[in-house]
Design a protein around this ligand. Structure first.
Ligand code: AP5
Ligand code: MG
Length: 214
């Protein structure tokens, strides 16, 4: 099963993608997490990505497309995957379609997690992330068991650099200009499904399971 998660920054793509990956036993591939892991490790890719991410801009397609294609060519992706944060531009979507078509393959579902901009800013303010294992929390909605400490790996949890209100605003602008057109693109391919992302997380997941099947 090959799934794409669409939705604004903070819509809950990562939250839902993790649960999908567990239930359907496919890898969860987040381009944002890959960039953050590279930033943490101090790689050249990380340095380049950080200069864009901190401003709320997209990392150029020339960097992102190759990176994602290498990742999905790995053996663990043979049975499918859930992509979180890719594609984000029409050029990325076209590259993915083309790469899959070459193998006579296609995306099965593009799930749009729909949340209005007003709700997004609140959510991002409360989000805390573990830069070690990628787990995300929310001060109010998903608190950690011990304050400030990741439940899964015990590292410290932090506010993401790009979750500052000004940067969130910029990310929303970029989303509307560059990523929202993908809703129409995947609608045209007949694989688009939309879920109400303002509901609580379990309800959102139940709606997704209803689409993907038990
Ligand atoms: P990325 O890491 O993908 O960030 P994003 O798309 O901006 O999305 P987020 O991770 O902020 O939100 P999410 O939808 O995953 O929400 P989450 O589940 O955490 O990308 C970061 C940057 O990397 C980009 O800005 C760009 O620079 C670069 N980049 C990445 N991919 C790229 C690409 N393909 N091309 C170019 N550049 C790229 O939830 C948010 C919060 O809300 C959490 O605290 C969560 O606990 C809470 N929450 C979730 N669901 C609910 C709910 N139902 N009710 C209440 N709270 C909820
Ligand atoms: Mg995310």
């Amino acid at each position: 099963m090959k799934i794409i998660m669409l939705g604004a920054p903070g819509a809950g793509k990562g939250t839902q993608a993790k649960r999908i990956a567990e239930k359907y036993a496919v890898p969860h591939i987040s381009t944002g997490d890959i960039f953050r892991a590279n930033i943490k490790a101090g790689t050249e890719l990380g340095k380049e990505a950080k200069s864009y991410m901190d401003k709320g801009q997209l990392v150029p397609d020339t960097v992102t497309i190759g990176m994602l294609m290498d990742r999905i060519a790995k053996e663990d992706c043979a049975g499918g995957y859930v992509l979180d944060g890719f594609p984000r531009t029409l050029a990325q979507a076209a590259s993915l379609t083309e790469a899959l078509e070459k193998r006579g393959d296609k995306i099965d579902y593009a799930i749009d997690v729909d949340v209005p901009d007003e709700n997004i800013v609140n959510r991002m303010g409360g989000r805390r992330a573990c830069l070690n294992c990628g787990a995300t929390y929310h001060l109010e909605f998903i608190p950690t068991k011990v304050e400030g400490i990741c439940d899964s790996c015990g590292n410290e949890i932090v506010i993401r650099e790009d979750d500052k209100p000004e940067t969130v605003k910029k990310r929303l602008e970029v989303y509307h200009a560059q990523t929202q057109p993908l809703i129409e693109y995947y609608g045209g391919q007949g694989v688009l499904k939309s879920v109400d992302g303002t509901a609580d997380m379990d309800k959102v997941f139940a709606a997704i399971v209803h689409i993907l099947g038990e």
